[in-house]
Design a binder for this molecule. Structure first.
Ligand code: PDD
Length: 285
């Protein structure tokens, strides 16, 4: 069934939504995006995604073409128009069409688009039951990874490299320390039960799921450390996991072929996944 998508104030069948070849998102990758999970036909952790969107927009000196209330209304309407029960909403704002010029246009006409994608992610699939293998790769992305830009070529290349090695994803490292995964946050659990993830900086995206998991962990009495960790520390950790909006919490059981813990999803990972699901499924909007 063809989706109904949103483009600059219009609701259109997906085949009719057209963007100019001069759009700066297309020519320069001059655009930012958000991905919000939808469960039970409602938005999951929306406030965090909306706040990060506004931050990304500000960091690239753009203005949001719609108000916060309109943005929420659009998110809700796209779910209804597409009868979406479980999946995600992808939103993108680019600086809009202009003659090709590295300078920003003086009066930009941003392009705002949203579409939905159905995806089952609440029930435990094989990746959650068994955990996933990852490989490590150098982090060759730009140095402002805190901004959620559409410049995703390197993460795509890294995912292809992982696939070539029979892995589900790649953990990226810089100066010997893990930054994050290609499209999710990387976390480990030490042998004495501490949850470790890199502190926020320009080096990583401030994951909304990350923030939520850290606060749920603290509330549950799990000691949390926000600090860099090396690949060696990750490989000898008791547990490893990734977090993102539509993966929630997923166990990682191998890094570069080295088995993590006993090679099975660990108790802290399982507990955090359950805490996340229980909390967010009862706080959908
Ligand atoms: N990716 N780090 C990176 C590099 C990401 O691309 C993402 C999200 C995350 C996790 O962020 P959050 O918890 O807010 O989803 C961390 C999205 C889902 C994507 O690109 O599809």
């Amino acid at each position: 069934m063809s989706r109904i998508v949103y483009l600059n104030g219009q609701w259109l069948p997906e085949a009719e939504a057209k963007v100019s070849i001069f759009d700066r998102g297309y020519v320069f990758g001059d655009a930012i995006y958000e991905v919000t999970a939808v469960a039970d036909g409602k938005l999951m952790d929306y406030a965090g995604h909306a706040a990060r969107l506004m931050r990304s927009i500000g960091e690239i000196a753009l203005e949001c073409p719609v108000s916060a209330d309109e943005l929420l209304a659009i998110h809700r309407e796209i779910v209804v128009r597409n009868n979406l029960v479980e999946g995600l909403i992808y939103l993108q704002i680019s600086r809009g069409p202009d003659d090709r010029d590295f300078h920003f246009p003086k009066s930009p006409k941003p392009t705002l688009s949203l579409f939905t994608q159905a995806k089952k992610f609440i029930a435990d699939g094989p990746n959650v039951v068994n955990g996933i293998p990852v490989i490590s790769l150098p982090d060759l992305r730009w140095a402002r990874r805190d901004i959620k830009t559409v410049q995703l070529l390197y993460p795509s290349m890294a995912k292809m490299e992982a696939e070539k090695h029979g892995a589900a994803d790649a953990w990226l490292y810089e100066d010997g320390f893990v930054t994050e995964a290609t499209s999710s946050t990387a976390l480990i659990v030490t042998r004495d039960g501490h949850l470790i993830t890199r502190q926020l900086s320009h080096a990583i995206l401030p994951g909304i799921t990350r923030g939520s998991i850290l606060s749920l962990a603290r509330d549950a009495g799990i000691p949390v450390e926000e600090r860099p960790f090396t690949l060696d520390e990750a490989k000898s950790a008791a547990e490893a996991m990734i977090t993102s909006a539509t993966q929630m919490v997923q166990p990682v059981v191998k890094i570069d072929g080295d088995v993590i813990g006993d090679g099975k999803p660990g108790p802290v990972t399982k507990r955090l996944r359950k805490l996340y699901i229980d909390y967010h499924l009862s706080n959908l909007i």
